[in-house]
Design a protein around this ligand. Structure first.
Ligand code: C2E
Ligand code: MG
Ligand code: MG
Length: 684
């Protein structure tokens, strides 16, 4: 126990104790040695003094003893009173009997025998008391011993002096100890201060984990070096710790963020959504989830490459980020899908925010020196209205987004419960579409296009039909699905081949050619080898290139205007006509219009429908027709349903028309029959 306590004593106390102990031992040994030596010296001096005195007195007594002069001897002995140490003395005759004696005044006569016992001559130093010295000196005359002189001296005063000396030594010893303790503790304090600092800092570091702490040391000896070594070690650990912390932070960031855009990933989104829902539930707030999907992003990836696709995604990510408040979450959900979580929101603001987000995304982006426009489809769900878990809310926003896509993209749509069943039917449809070609469910109908001035049919538009489970599915429903999953490429190739083959049969010698217009989707234009497909279809069918017209929409060209122009140029060089479909519904960028090698503009039927009743539609229709005339491009009005519409367009000198008034899209045989009416040209 004591051993353990000593072991655990602070170093300062241990060193102190060692120094004090060493000092004490040294002083003690020196004192003891000195004391023994002094004792010896004093004894020897006293013995010599007594021997000298004895010799003097024995010599002086010789004559008196030989003459038996007792008085003389007694007188001589009484002179010993001058020596206070001498307690008794006697002169013995040759028989050993006391001849004369002397007793110090304070020694009683009765003590004589005790003081002066009969001592053998040889033993001069036998003492009755330790402090009494006896000395017996023979009295010799002419070589004959005539008696003895015995003297007893008391050296107890020497002892007292020795005790005083011992006391003095003790005092010196204590003082020396005190001084040694005092200086050693001061010294230890000074020496052990850096160690103490070291220990204090070490404890603080381990308690607070604060690696920026340092030990103060002003010296450069071993302890100073130890402290600075400790500081260096701390510095290195701190650096390593910072590095580790940074790496941990990076790892944490990577685990919860998307590497490309730096936005939170699904994991973090779900986490924030969970917390957001809990808070919203407590504070009775609403949360909106916006599921943002980029329209036709695949085209960009397919045509411009994935690197450019990545740049676009990064741009969109930063635009989304700056379109919302700092504390809203914008996450990359995957591919071209982003999810925005808007906290503590008033749902009446949501349309406004969705528009703001949509506009931010739609700003043109410059990629490889080209202006590219990408539109978003946005689905919106909200807590607590639509769901109470992150999974539900995201799922419903996704469903609403699909709905926005199906309704022509570039739109935002709030979730409605009915949409889920619509989505299911879409998935059903998608599954069935995969087998549509193999099951011979696809067919093509041809809608006549006619010359408004002459009234003759000059061509037709090939329109895809899908008959599944006994009824027709509108192309408006299944074409976007086929575009999304890429099925449009083989289906479009099949339409092109069929239409060319069919149109070859409808060419009549000596009659104006019958043009067949085939709709081409963006996926076909950019991602497939459309030029090869067209070449192949024309070659195998034998249809003159000038009888084939490809219908392209404005919005799909905008994905990559330069590439679109280059493809169109090559098609046009082959002799194929190019028509701009649904004109007026997209961007209607006049500057691009000039650069496209167009042979025809098709005014969208949404303008034609109200052309007689809506002044704006009439103005747009008029403007498009006169622009086409000025640019020397043919113009066709879609969706003519009434004679009045026809007359109006005729008046405006619109070249061509298409619509239910003349004919709905017809199966190939019926269209052929229509062409066969009269002398081969159908009159309207
Ligand atoms: P579109 O190219 O604008 O085709 C014209 C659409 O208007 C056709 O609808 C046609 O039936 C319809 N239509 C024509 N005249 C009238 C009219 O007087 N009144 C009304 N209300 N509608 C009229 P459809 O066949 O449902 O096709 C819809 C769209 O599907 C087409 O619009 C086209 O964008 C797309 N589509 C059809 N076939 C194909 C195809 O083979 N490939 C591609 N990529 N798209 C196709
Ligand atoms: Mg069309
Ligand atoms: Mg159209």
């Amino acid at each position: 126990m004591l051993k353990k306590t000593i072991k655990n004593l602070p170093l300062r106390y241990k060193l102190n104790s060692i120094i004090v102990a060493v000092t004490a031992i040294t002083i003690s040994l020196v004192s003891i040695a000195y004391y023994i030596h002094q004792n010896q010296v004093i004894k020897e001096e006293a013995t010599v003094e007594l021997a000298t005195l004895s010799r003097i007195y024995s010599d002086s007594c010789t004559a008196a003893l030989s003459f038996d002069d007792k008085n003389g001897v007694t007188t001589l002995l009484s002179s010993l009173a001058a020596k206070p140490n001498v307690r008794a003395a006697s002169v013995l005759d040759k028989n050993g009997n006391i001849f004369a004696n002397y007793l110090a005044p304070d020694v009683p006569q009765s003590m004589l025998s005790a003081f002066l016992p009969h001592q053998p001559r040889a033993d001069n130093k036998v003492t009755a008391k330790p402090e009494l010295f006896h000395l017996r000196t023979p009295i010799v005359l002419d070589h004959e011993t005539i008696g003895d002189f015995v003297i007893v001296a008391d050296f107890s005063d020497i002892r007292a002096a020795q005790s005083r000396f011992l006391l003095f030594l003790g005092a010196v010893f204590s003082f020396a100890l005190f001084v040694s303790f005092f200086f050693s503790s001061r010294l230890q304090k000074h020496i052990t201060a850096p160690i103490h600092n070291l220990i204090t800092t070490m404890k603080k570091v381990s308690e607070s984990n604060d690696l920026s702490l340092r030990v103060n040391s002003e010296t450069n000896e071993e302890l100073g070096q130890l402290c600075s070594g400790f500081n260096t070690m701390l510095e290195k650990i701190e650096q390593q710790d910072n590095l580790l912390e940074e790496q941990k932070e990076n790892l944490r960031f990577l685990a919860t963020h998307d590497a490309l855009t730096g936005l939170p990933n699904r994991i973090l989104l779900y986490d924030r959504l969970r917390k957001g829902i809990a808070r919203a539930r407590r504070e009775k707030l609403e949360i909106a989830i916006l599921f943002v999907d980029l329209d036709r992003f695949k085209n960009i990836n397919d045509t411009m490459g994935h690197d450019i696709g990545d740049i676009l995604l990064k741009t969109v990510a930063s635009r989304l980020r700056s379109a919302v408040r700092e504390y809203d979450t914008v996450a990359r959900f995957g591919g071209d899908e982003f999810v925005i979580m808007l906290d503590s929101l008033n749902m009446s603001d949501i349309e406004h925010i969705a528009t703001k987000i949509s506009q931010a995304v739609k700003e043109p982006v410059e990629l490889q020196g080209k202006q590219v426009i990408i539109t978003p489809s946005i689905g919106i769900s909200s807590f607590p209205q639509h769901g109470s878990t992150p999974v539900e809310l995201i799922k419903y926003a996704d469903v609403a987004m699909y709905h926005a896509k199906n309704n022509g993209r570039n739109a935002s749509q709030r979730y409605l419960p009915a949409m889920t069943s619509l989505l299911h039917s879409r998935f059903n449809m998608e599954n069935k579409l995969y087998n549509a070609m193999a099951n011979n469910e696809l067919s093509i109908h041809y809608q006549p296009q006619f010359d408004l001035q002459s009234g003759t049919i000059c061509g037709c538009e090939a329109l895809l039909r899908w008959q599944v489970d006994g009824h027709y599915v509108s192309p408006v429903e299944f074409i976007p699905i086929a575009e999304d999953n890429g099925l449009i490429v083989p289906i479009g190739r099949w339409v092109l081949q069929q239409a060319c083959r069919q149109a070859t049969h409808w060419q009549r010698p000596g009659q104006p050619p019958i043009t067949v217009a085939v709709n081409v989707s963006a996926r076909q234009l950019f991602a497939s080898d459309l030029l090869l497909d067209v070449e192949e279809s024309l070659r195998t069918s034998g249809l003159p290139a000038s009888c084939l017209e490809l219908e392209i929409t404005e919005s799909m060209l905008m994905a990559d205007v330069e590439k679109a122009i280059s493809i169109m140029d090559r098609l046009s060089a082959m002799g194929v006509e190019i028509a701009m479909d649904d004109f007026g519904t997209g961007y209607s960028s006049l500057s691009y219009l000039k650069r496209f090698p167009l042979s025809k503009l098709k005014i969208d039927r949404s303008f034609v429908r109200d052309v007689l009743h809506n002044a704006d539609d009439a103005a747009i229709t008029k403007a498009v027709i006169s622009m086409s005339l000025a640019l020397k491009i043919d113009v066709l009005a879609e969706g003519i349903e009434t004679q009045e519409q026809l007359d109006f367009l005729h008046q405006l000198k619109c070249h061509y028309g298409q619509g239910y008034l003349v004919s709905r899209p017809l199966p190939a045989e019926q269209f052929g029959a229509l062409l066969g009416v009269g002398s081969g040209a159908a009159a309207v």
